[in-house]
Every structure is written in C-alpha cells, then in structure tokens.
Design a protein around this ligand. Sequence first.
Ligand code: BEZ
Ligand code: FE
Length: 308
Amino acid sequence: MRDLTEANVTDAVIARIGNDTPARVSEIMTALVRHAHAFAREVRLTPDELLYAARFIQRVGHISNDKREEGVLLGDVLGITSLVEAMADNARKGATESSLLGPFYRDGAPFRPNGFDISFGDATGEPAWVGGRVTDADGKPLEGVILDLWQTAPNGFYEGQVGQTMTLPDYAYRAKLRTDADGRYSLRTTKPVEYPVPIDGPVGEILICTGRHPWRPAHLHFLVLKDGYQSVQTELFNSDDQYLDSDAVFGVKASLVVDYVKNADSAVAKKRGFSGPHYETRYDFTLKRAVEVLDLAAEYRRRASISA
Ligand code: BEZ
Ligand code: FE
C-alpha cells in the first residue's frame, strides 16, 4: 500500500475517475481536483479553514429559495459569471454583448404593447422613455423579436424581491415587448437607479470582510429572443452612474452604457404618453443567426429565479 502524501494525493483522486465517465464530466472533474488541490497548497489551507468553507457552502444553500439564489450571487461577486459570459461572447462576435442575468429574473411577464408604461404611473421615480431597434448582423430589421425586460422600482428593489416595501402591481417593472415590422421597440418606465446586491447572507460576508462595496450601477435588464437567432441576456447601464467602474458583480461593458437625456419637447411627451419632460435613451440590439432551434419555454425556465 502506498502512503498518501501532499505530493501524491492529487493524482490519487484523479486516478479514481472511472473510464466510463462522460468525457466532459471527466475533463471538468480532473481540472477541478487539480486546481482545488493547488489552491489548498498555495494558501496552506488549515483544517479549521476547510471546515469554515464547508459550512459557508451549507449556508449558501440554506439561505437560497425560489426568490433568492445565493449560489448565483457567489459566482457573480467572485467575477466567475462575468468571466464565463465573456468567454461565451467570444463565440458570438458581432452580436450585442451579454451581461449578467442576476437573481431577480421572473418568468411569465405579460406581453405589453410598445410604448407601455411598465412603472404603472409610479410617481416616485424620474419618468423615462427607452426605445430602439433590433437588427441582424447585416443591419436588417428583425420583426417579432421578444424583449423580456426587468428593472428595479425607484427604491432599488425588484418587484417580487424579498425586502420590497412598495406595493406594486403584479409584474410591475417587468414586461415582454415584441418588435414591429421595422424592428422597433419602446417602453415607458422610470430612470433606472443604482442598488446594492443583498449582503445579509454569506456572500455579503465576502464583500464586507474584503472591504468591497455592494453597489451595482443603475441598469435595465433585457433577455432578447427570436427563433433562428442566438438569444442574449444583457443589461443597459446609465452613463452617469458613480459605480460604472466598480460594479459589485463586474457586469459593465462599454458597449452597454447608454445616456439618459432630458427631453422637454411637449409634443414628444404627449405622443409618448408623458405629462411633461422626461428622460429618453435609445439602444439598438444586434442578433446573430443560431444553429439550434430556440426552445422559448426552456429559455425562460432556465433563467427564472423568482418563480411566477
Ligand atoms: C442584478 O442585476 O439583478 C444582479 C446581478 C447580480 C447579483 C445581484 C443582482
Ligand atoms: Fe439588476
């Protein structure tokens, strides 16, 4: 019998991976063991610290439910989500860049007509109009693209989020829109605001004990879908936000930063359904062709963390 030592335990674990293990699982598990062991060696991990880590993972599980995914948040604050999205984007060059999904997507949002006010007349925020077009990579307008979008209320909490104190209509600040024959979409809302990621759980401890702030720059989330095209989950960030360069979850990309400009033209306001001056911003999305057929229901289910 061979003694297990610091030098040979890694190979011993990897050697146990069975020959019938699916190739991708084998690849991931081999690398996981190799890197986790290298990490433990590098920091000279102690038994107490390992126990702390195991209990940390238990707490991540215990605080998670159908309204909160602490495991997703953990990947987000460690920048792993951002890294994985960046790698996926490399394979989609030419299309709108993606960004984090976050834990507050709720599936089942109703379809609304273009121009709809997703704030339902909420006077606590600054009125804003958002619009633009969706085209393919050659600039051809795409009709019937679904834009499933969500943002916080002006108090920085999503509809349905634990801790939301405003009484909001079901699916307020969430909606599905469809592009028209020119590929255009539009909505009325309130100007997005910055807000902190939840820090009352174990992930918050990471931020606090490493001296990091929990803030996300103001943003509007989009999930953009059309059969025959690659879907994209992304976010549009307000250009005037103080946290653009220090997003707690590393989601900001220059191509996703938009200006909210004041529009004081009363004729435009009237046409759009505002009673006076409002902010406006425009953003055009680009979708690339997909090889696979889109399973819409599966796309929604896969992302939903706040259940309908
Ligand atoms: C969000 O933007 O909704 C979000 C993303 C990552 C972590 C927490 C919130
Ligand atoms: Fe968000």
